[in-house]
Design a protein around this ligand. Structure first.
Ligand code: NAI
Length: 346
């Protein structure tokens, strides 16, 4: 099969090539994002491989179909950027990588909590300039503090285990409480406000759905324990950034650590260091000493990239052999599986 890989970074190429060595597909690595202007690059390909910020709407899918593409292989879990109706109409199969490493995201979440709390990002810069003062670097012990986890699925449950290891009191909020976590001492709160009001650190690990869009709005900020740290490594639009900025200015939110941002599609994964960032909301975030931003890198470990490449190549090979990928994204008319939830994800 000829696979045209869009939005290729060096790391994508390295991991996919290693995995494809035994499979022997004809891979072509393309730097541009897939969109209406670039879709023609895939003429003659059997499959395209795309990531979170590629545009796979109806016009792109029609162009891909005209060029002979029969499979859209997402190298991520979310498929919100794919018009599944159009793909079904054009007879193009869609597949994804449903899970690659909850540990990668949970460990990065802990890294953000520790960095923000102990001001490692600030002390690193100070020490480089020969400033060894401690003023402004005061943190708190995580031990015995209350951490609230919103969403205890694959990532949230790993995170809960890590935080229990620190000796934290762990609260959780999830429409489907996890009995095994409860047995380990995690306390489930039926109301989000209860968790927000009691937690010294709040971490969001739920998917982006219509229900969770701007879940952290002005009301939620007001319900938060004054001075709490808010950590977000799920999907940007769960937070209303403007409401959180107001909370930071008021001191209601004691610190913000994010790996995702609601308008990240215009920023993340690119080197914009020679450009003016036009997003004033994002630029405002960067001015706070108590805000830490990483650019959607929580998933970015050797193990996760290995698993992404392994599953992607397995999907393509199964499609070639059996006519169906291992992890299909069901067409909208088909009944959705539990893991086929229409969410945005890393
Ligand atoms: P999952 O599907 O295993 O777990 C999600 C959990 O959230 C489920 O237990 C679900 O019941 C719960 N949930 C749904 N609606 C909720 C609500 N309104 N309030 C509270 N909980 C709710 O998903 P997984 O694998 O744990 O991933 C979670 C999220 O992490 C993804 O949806 C994605 O947005 C994000 N992610 C971020 C990455 C990154 O690199 N920053 C990488 C991978 C995922």
């Amino acid at each position: 099969m000829r696979i045209d890989v869009f939005s290729t970074k060096e790391y994508d190429r390295a991991f996919l090539e290693a995995e494809n060595a035994s499979a022997g597909h004809d891979t072509r690595f393309l730097a541009p994002r897939l969109n209406a202007e670039t879709a023609a690059l895939a003429d003659g390909a059997d499959a395209v491989c795309v990531f979170v910020n590629d545009t796979v709407d109806r016009s792109v899918i029609e162009r891909l179909a005209a060029g002979g593409v029969r499979l859209i292989a997402l190298r991520c879990a979310g498929f919100n950027n794919v018009d599944l109706d159009a793909a079904a109409e054009m007879g193009i199969a869609v597949c994804r990588v449903p899970a690659y490493s909850p540990h990668a995201v949970a460990e990065h979440t802990v890294a953000i909590i520790l960095t923000l709390n102990r001001k490692i990002h600030r002390s690193w810069m100070r020490v480089r300039e020969g400033n060894f003062e401690l003023d402004g670097l005061l943190g708190f012990n995580l031990h015995t503090k209350t951490v609230g986890i919103v969403g205890t699925g694959q990532i949230g449950s790993v995170l809960a285990g890590l935080l229990l290891g620190f000796g934290c009191r762990v609260l959780a909020h999830d429409p489907v409480p996890d009995a095994a976590l409860a047995a380990r001492g995690v306390i489930f709160c039926s109301a989000l406000e209860e968790l927000l009001g009691a937690s010294d650190v709040v971490s969001l690990q739920c998917p982006l759905t219509p229900e969770t869009h701007h879940m952290i709005d002005a009301r939620a900020v007001a319900a938060t324990k004054p001075g709490a740290l808010l950590i977000h490594t799920s999907r940007g639009a769960i937070i209303d950034t403007r409401a959180v900025i107001k909370g930071l200015k008021d001191g209601q939110i004691g610190g913000l650590g994010i790996d995702v941002y609601e308008e990240e599609g215009d920023l993340f994964f690119e080197d914009l260091s020679n450009h003016i960032i036009p997003d004033d909301v994002f630029a405002r975030l960067l001015t706070f000493p108590n805000v830490l931003v990483t650019g959607h890198q929580a998933f970015f470990t050797v193990e996760a990239l290995t698993e992404i490449a392994r599953t992607t190549i397995a999907n393509v090979t199964a499609f070639q052999r059996d006519g169906a990928p291992v992890h299909p994204v069901p067409a909208p008319a088909a009944p959705a599986t539990a893991s086929g939830q229409a969410t945005q994800t890393g």
